[in-house]
Ligand binder design. Structure first.
Ligand code: ZN
Length: 416
């Protein structure tokens, strides 16, 4: 009998194989339904009983039972605010608004972006971007602490926990930043431990590509159960979501794509190998290439090799600068080829691009798309609804940075 209330959403949370192997008892069904309801609240923030019923396919009495249980447990709060303009007022449900705040940050050694969120993970106050230029790990930690302390002054009665999206390789379990390619230091930094000790609040962190994947998963209704986020910026990072879960592979989930080898005879990469995608297609690689070339030219160009910025490079591409167009085309081809290999292995067919390289625009994306289009297993009509989707990510920067806050949500859902 209980099995009838299980629905598509609940199934997505776990996957058929697990259910087949472990069998589904009533308690597990109840747990899955609770998770489904909680997941919906985090996504929609405020829902009425009938909206829950629509989203889950569960009957109103079944939904009522779950909601009542969650309200009694303090996981949800009920307000009499009526979401529907007509019909009977049964009120609406939300995450209790009086819970702890979360301060979300995207941290690199040169800058910190931050957005304070309330207990429901809605933005509270302005999005901020701060230049840091930290020369030591201590300086970077002090900058994080400063931003946090400023928020604490504004909200003296609130506990403000930290969620940090960190540039480079991060161990999300221990909260250690393993390597930060843009930083002048090389040693690992125990960010979680040091900040929790000092500030007395919870600190969760992960790589900045995981931040983007979480942002997509929770804030973009068009994202599928399986998708991939590629961040083409200073370096090239990637994060995969498989069956609705962040896939954390080797290199802590951030490096796979950037360090696929596209040219074995290529130039040395920071990772110790030669010809990685990053050495061909990242913004820093393109800038390096441009600088070397510009220096060999008589000074007539508008571009100064010493002060060349990413924005100038992107502008030169749009202006039709022949050299720049050749390099950027080459880089887009390399990204497409690397992706082609990944797509065939992982069978992921939705890709969201983020990072400043998105400024190269539709033509750049089309070049990548052309390379991926060669896939021999994509047989037109048969797989039409599954055809590979390659797009620029639709989320704004605030939403991107808020993605890291969902580390808290995911850990709460696991415990549900
Ligand atoms: Zn490499």
């Amino acid at each position: 009998m209980q099995l009838k209330v299980l629905n598509a959403h609940a199934i997505k949370l776990t996957g058929f194989s697990e259910m087949q192997s472990s069998g589904l008892n009533n308690q597990r069904v109840r747990q899955l339904n609770r998770q489904t309801v909680m997941k919906l609240v985090w996504q929609h923030k405020l829902l009425s009983k009938s909206q829950f019923s629509q989203h889950t396919g569960l009957s109103i009495p079944a939904v009522s039972n779950i909601l009542e249980e969650l309200v009694n447990d303090g996981k949800l709060s009920h307000s009499s605010e009526n979401l529907s303009k007509r019909g009977i007022n049964s009120g609406s449900y939300q995450i209790p608004p009086d819970g702890d705040f979360i301060l979300c940050m995207n941290v690199t050694p040169t800058s910190i972006e931050s957005q304070l969120c309330d207990a429901q993970l809605s933005p509270n106050g302005e999005f901020e971007r701060m230049q840091v230029n930290a020369s030591t790990p201590q300086a970077l930690l002090a900058a994080i602490e400063n931003i946090w302390r400023n928020q604490c002054k504004t909200w003296p009665k609130k506990t403000i926990n930290l969620a940090l999206g960190i540039h480079g390789q991060v161990d999300p379990v221990t909260g250690v930043s393993q390597t930060m390619p843009q930083a002048p230091w090389r040693e690992p930094v125990e960010i979680k431990y040091l900040l929790e000790e000092k500030l007395g609040v919870s600190v969760r962190l992960d790589n900045d590509c995981v931040m983007l994947a979480l942002a997509e998963k929770w804030q973009n209704p068009a994202s599928r159960q399986d998708f991939c986020v590629i961040n083409v910026d200073y370096g090239i990072g990637s994060s995969f979501v498989i069956n609705g879960q962040i896939y954390r592979g080797s290199l802590y989930g951030s490096g796979q794509i950037g360090h696929t080898i596209v040219n074995p005879d290529g130039i040395a990469c920071d990772c110790g190998r030669y010809g990685c995608l990053e050495t061909v297609a990242s913004l820093s690689a393109l800038k390096k290439q441009a600088r070397i070339w510009l220096k060999s030219q008589p000074y007539s160009s508008k571009l100064d090799p010493e002060t060349l910025t990413s924005m100038q490079l992107i502008a030169a591409w749009h202006d039709g600068n022949e050299q720049v167009r050749r390099w950027v085309d080459n880089s887009a081809n390399a990204i497409g080829l690397s992706l082609y290999n990944f797509l065939n292995i992982l069978n992921i067919n939705q890709i969201w691009f983020y990072g400043r390289s998105c400024g190269f625009g539709d033509e750049w994306l089309a070049t990548i798309d052309r390379q991926i289009g060669f896939t021999p297993f994509d047989h037109g009509d048969v797989l039409k609804n599954k055809a590979t989707q390659i797009n620029f990510g639709p989320l704004n920067r605030t939403q991107q940075v808020m993605g890291i806050g969902y580390l808290y949500v995911e850990s709460m859902l696991e415990k549900e």
